[in-house]
Design a protein around this ligand. Structure first.
Ligand code: FHN
Length: 500
């Protein structure tokens, strides 16, 4: 094919790739009918089988912590709420409009001079996360404002310049690792106040020279984090959507390669970079970039098939949006423990991890509501751990009552919607080689009556197993049915098809 025609096709497919790429969090991933050349695609095999990635797959529940100088403000200033003036609490630096305090950006950029979290105790946070049942933590080393919570050599704008002075990232890595919780470092690429950062792709020689300095600064900080904190398991990159970063696809390809070489087993999500056609998260042929899908942010896949078998995590706020500390939770919907347990079991039922965000205040205290939710989640997860951790998706018709998880021949159904007739009906394909052979309540172990029935629904591919709940069983929270899978005993009857 003539080079010009091929380039034209690549350009068309690339645009198609980019436009299609935007559709992948709201439905099934679009199939590409024509594959194009991708030189800066994935650097690792999909569904890695090494121990670090196997551990990632078994986490189930994680904790996200957004902490920085935005936590001092708590989404307000001098009693004025930023709720209508900033996109989110950790974006309060960009507070604009009539409610924004005079010279706010200047005030914000001097907040570090007040950063002295007297109640910060990484061991206390790690213990709370352990009791909640978190198996990994994602911690903000540096958010979009560029303030580093470790004493980086590459920027003066870091914790050593604050009254607190000490290395917060080290304390977090040591405390969480000591509790057996794996640590992933959140790192924002974009930096609002870095003179060498720019949103648009650099055009002039001056812009290119400046942005090259920024790229080198980014590489230096990431290599510094890797060498300072070798116990980390991975990076959770953010702020990679600007054209400037997207234009540096050779640099980011080589940087990912270098980070992985220096830290064997390192886990990096799909949000870090893009291919040479600008396709992010997935290359222009739909192949995942990175070790897991990192786009499920404040959303969950409606169907297992949307994931295409990729590993993934979902990160979630308790308030509607807002990852950094918000002093005032009034007047907004904040998710309940039951909401969050539903999202947790939704995620693990589809082979994902659910990561719940905490936004401590400027003194190092979690919001009281966060303390309450962490304890309530921990209590439930502890009682139902068997259905939460190290489980996989069960290849069954999804239940309207809750979520299936499976571990070898143990099938779990976490019921959030208790049926009014007391019958938990499970649809099992008539040709299934494993069917429920016994059933009971996971908590307490009470065995329950299990009946198989063919309902005679025309053209139905399923047979049905009914678990009868005790009449006096009145749970106030989600409960787990545990079923042992066995070879089918009863032959499903062949019913005459309806005559229409
Ligand atoms: O802009 C950030 C936001 O502040 C927050 O950090 C979330 C959660 O990671 N990520 C970006 C928004 O998608």
């Amino acid at each position: 094919m003539k080079n010009t025609l091929r380039c034209a096709l690549i350009a068309v497919a690339a645009v198609a790739g980019i436009s299609q790429a935007n559709a992948q969090w709201t439905g099934p991933k679009k199939k590409r009918d024509t594959l194009i050349e991708v030189k800066y695609g994935s650097l690792t095999p999909r569904n890695r089988t090494d121990a670090d990635m196997q551990a990632f797959r078994s986490y189930g529940l994680g904790q996200f912590i957004h902490w920085g100088i935005y936590s001092i403000a708590g989404n307000e200033w001098n009693g004025v709420s930023a709720r209508d003036g900033a996109a989110a609490s950790e974006w309060i630096r960009s507070w604009g409009g009539p409610t924004a305090p005079k010279d706010w950006t200047k005030t914000y950029d001097n907040l570090y001079k007040q950063f002295n979290p007297k109640n910060f105790d990484a061991k206390r946070w790690a213990k709370q996360a352990k009791e909640m049942g978190a198996k990994y933590v994602i911690f903000t080393t540096k958010h979009h404002d560029g303030f580093a919570l470790w004493p980086t050599k590459y920027s003066d704008y870091n914790v050593s310049a604050s009254p607190y002075k000490k290395d917060i990232v080290k304390q977090i890595v040591d405390a969480y690792t000591a509790e057996g919780i794996d640590v992933y470092l959140y790192f924002s690429i974009l930096e609002w106040n870095n003179p060498n950062y720019m949103g648009k792709a650099p055009q002039t020689d001056e812009e290119k020279a400046r942005f090259d300095k920024f790229l080198q600064y980014t590489r230096n900080q990431l290599l510094e984090l890797e060498s300072n904190y070798p116990k980390i398991k991975g990076f959770w990159f953010d702020g990679t959507w600007d054209a400037s970063w997207k234009s540096a696809y050779q640099f980011t390809y080589n940087l990912e390669k270098e980070l992985r070489e220096k830290h064997p087993g390192l886990i990096i999500g799909s949000r870090f970079r893009n291919d040479e056609h600008g396709s992010r998260h997935f290359d222009s042929n739909g192949v995942i970039l990175g070790d897991y899908e990192q786009g499920w942010e404040r959303k969950l896949p409606a169907e297992f098939e949307w994931l295409n078998g990729n590993d993934w995590d979902a990160v979630m706020t308790i308030p509607p949006n807002g990852w950094g500390y918000m002093k005032d939770w009034s007047g907004i919907y904040t998710k309940t423990t039951d909401d969050l347990l539903d999202m947790l079991m939704h995620s693990v039922s589809m082979n994902g991890n659910f990561v719940l965000n905490f936004g401590p205040d400027g003194n190092g205290n979690m919001h009281p509501e966060e303390d309450k939710i962490a304890a309530e989640i921990g209590k439930w997860v502890k009682q139902n751990a068997e259905a939460v951790y190290g489980v996989r998706h069960a290849a069954l018709t999804p239940s309207k009552l809750g979520y299936f998880t499976q571990k070898e021949d143990q099938l779990y159904l976490t019921v959030f919607n208790k049926p009014v007739n007391g019958i938990v009906r499970i649809a099992v394909p008539k040709n299934a080689t494993q069917v429920p052979g016994s059933a009971g309540l996971l908590v307490g172990g009470k065995s329950l009556t299990l009946k198989q029935s063919d309902m005679g629904i025309d053209l139905d591919k399923n047979t049905y197993y009914d678990v009868l709940l005790p009449k006096d069983f009145q749970p106030s929270q989600a409960f787990v049915l545990k079923m042992k899978l066995v070879a089918p005993k009863a032959k499903t009857t062949k019913l005459m098809d309806a005559k229409m």
